[in-house]
Design a protein around this ligand. Structure first.
Ligand code: KG4
Length: 331
């Protein structure tokens, strides 16, 4: 069978990324142009500034992706931009660029759900991973437990009722003075601390849903009321508490579905404490295999979008040029 090269285009938040992936699993190039230094001084992503920077970067990043992969536009079989969820102005840049390429080059357009992309990062890292499996999606915008029944067929088992876990990491980092983006900084500082501060953990009866707003507020108040508290202890305690909630709901989902495969995905799946906690599940459940993306594929990138685009394409999910950005797109 002929190889299929997919050009994945990601611009849903603060990374402009374009990638060429072969047959959904092999990265030929993955260029990531991050805007973190630009947004750092505002303490978070400023949507309008993100859109403008995507426009400035998209052509340069695409050229570099083709160059790194040693291919030309004519060699690409499918154009796969993210069309949601994300910041609408940011999404529109990558999507419009993808639509223009699809029209000009006469190549099929395949829109990709960003969440599906995060899940697909696991297909690139683990060539043997095939659905069905459970995916715990932990990112800046989402926290979900998803039953991945097939490459393009998903069942949502649980989700956050308020903040995404990454949002909580970023907020806590800001409160204790670590800056943006907070996740990696909390991860690092927590290693120097002890999880000795009691924080509230939210569980819902008969539900796999999450809530992180209570613990976020508790950390803010604890920090405010105890100015001399060790920030490292606060970070370690927060990390431990949110991980316990994630693991508890995941165990419940494993029992309910009898799955033998579980994956984590999204920016927060780069967290070292969380990665260890999930790996430990292999010791608790017979026959359970735990998967996680390479660190560089956890946060937003074009390769994961290209991989998901490949599976959409071979399953016949091709879009027309009237495809629009959907900021609150669901899985
Ligand atoms: O997946 P992602 O790049 O964006 C979305 O699709 O939402 O995730 C970004 C989130 C941010 O909240 C960031 O702080 C968090 O992932 N993150 C981490 C780590 N690395 C990134 N959170 C905890 N520990 C990390 N090592």
């Amino acid at each position: 069978m002929k190889d299929i090269l997919v050009l994945g285009i990601e611009s849903s938040c603060d990374e402009t990324s374009v990638s060429v992936v072969k047959n959904g699993r092999e990265i030929l190039s993955n260029v990531i142009d991050t805007q973190i230094p630009i947004h750092e001084k505002y303490g978070g992503v400023v949507p309008e500034i993100a859109s403008r920077n995507h426009i400035e970067a998209i052509t340069r990043v695409t050229k570099k992706a083709l160059e790194d992969a040693n291919v030309e536009f004519k060699d690409i079989d499918v154009i796969a931009p993210t069309y949601g969820p994300g910041l609408v102005g940011a999404l529109l840049v990558g999507l419009s660029y993808g639509k223009a390429l699809s029209y000009a080059l006469n190549k099929p357009l395949v829109g990709v759900n960003h969440i599906q992309g995060h899940i697909a990062a696991n297909y690139i890292t683990h060539k043997d991973l095939k659905p069905p499996f459970l995916c715990v999606l932990i990112s800046g915008g989402n926290t979900q437990i998803i039953n991945v029944q097939d490459y393009t067929f998903f069942d949502l088992l649980g989700k956050t009722r308020d903040d995404a876990i990454g949002e909580a990491f970023d907020k806590i980092a800001r409160v204790v003075g670590l800056g943006y983006p907070g996740g990696p900084k909390v991860d690092k500082l927590a290693k120097e601390g002890t999880a000795n501060i009691k924080l509230p953990k939210t569980h819902f009866e008969n539900s796999l849903d999450f809530s992180f707003s209570g613990i976020k507020t508790a950390v803010i108040n604890t920090n405010h009321n105890n100015p001399n508290i060790k920030k490292a202890d606060l970070c370690a305690s927060f990390e431990k508490a949110v991980t316990e909630v994630l693991i508890e709901n995941t165990k419940q989902a494993i029992k309910e579905t009898n799955t033998t495969q579980i994956a984590i995905a999204g920016g927060v799946s780069a967290n070292s404490y969380i990665r260890n906690a999930f790996l430990n599940l292999e010791n608790e459940f017979n026959n359970l295999k735990v998967y996680m993306p390479d660190l560089k594929l956890c946060t937003d990138n074009g390769a994961m979008i290209a991989s998901a685009g490949y599976y959409n394409f071979i399953n016949g999910n091709i879009n027309n040029l009237d495809l629009n950005a959907v900021p609150n797109l669901k899985i």
